[in-house]
Design a protein around this ligand. Sequence first.
Ligand code: PLP
Length: 386
Amino acid sequence: MIDLDANATTRMLPEVVDAMLPWLRDQHANPSGSYRDAKLARKAIEQAREQVADLISASPEEIVFTGCGTESVNTALHSLDVLSGNGKAVVSAIEHSAVLRQVDRFKREARLVKVDAAGLIDEEDFAAACEGAAFASVMLANNEIGTMQPIAKLLEMARSKGLSFHTDAIQAVGKIPVSVKDLPVDMLSMSAHKFHGPKGIGALYMRNGFDFSPLLVGGGQEAGRRSGTENTAAIVAMGKAAELAKQVLESNLGNDLAAMRNLFQTRVMEGVSGSTVNGDATHRLPNTTHLSFKDCDAAGMLILLDEAGLACSAGSACMTGKRKPSHVQLAMGISEAVAKTSLRFSFSRFNTLSEASEAANIVIKSAMKLRAVQGGGTGPVAIYTQ
Ligand SMILES: Cc1ncc(COP(=O)(O)O)c(C=O)c1O
């Protein structure tokens, strides 16, 4: 199978599995214990904290391990909600559901900020939304279309109005250089499985001295910031994945991802008439392309692509199967009908240029086949491939 669904999740690197295994197989001590094995586990966790901090140029004490990216986001927003005075929560209309569903639960009003046709936040609308607001949360890179927001600028605008600021950087960390020195946000969410670590482990960066109220309370682990016995194996693996991601970013792998993505995109655009690229072409993750295929129902395409051995997504992974047009595309002004013809292709370092080219051929053939059976209209169709 050619896996072009890296924004949904990535494969663990062998070095990450190797780093994790002893903590699953041989070492089981609770890191809060006072005996030798417990101290070894504690030491391993603290090393992982340094590795994760290093990836985003933070200090180790600013990193809190969580149970997943969703928990990082929920924790950050919960804390902002509990500690901020009166005023709205400001979020972009294209946030991941981890943000949107959490702000739905608040008693305070949530103000959704518009994006333009390229998926970039409307800065005028953002500035207006910040008036009298308490805090803002804007994602660094969108999971569906890959568009990257000008966080430094938005942060400055929010700060000038006295707002606290969280960014969901889950799709960005590990794919592009992210530094809290350049983006001095108050909180930033990460998730290991987006950069070749395991699923079910995340981290929240919390700026030193920033006021915080935990979501999970109990045993007081993570310096009282996230109770629950630490998942030593997953934390160690996230640390290793962070260390490797940093090395790769320093050696410029971003360019390789972009090379594969660009080759694929160019071939597909040439081969499938009437296809369009969604999202800003410049401010975009190097590994992502989001395409609409005229007269090709995305659900039908997914079946044909799967049969031909190509994995990709319609909308975000969480939305697959729901058959609702993506809120991200609708917010960009893409019509419901066109949104239902869109697919996301996202590359990782496990892909190759020849896979990118083969994948393009598969997409072209599948679009032709689908158009032939659909006869020009979109909508659910029965596809007989044999
Ligand atoms: C932008 C964004 N935020 C949050 C999440 C949730 O992360 P996790 O799957 O680790 O809970 C995802 C995962 O797809 C994401 O892409």
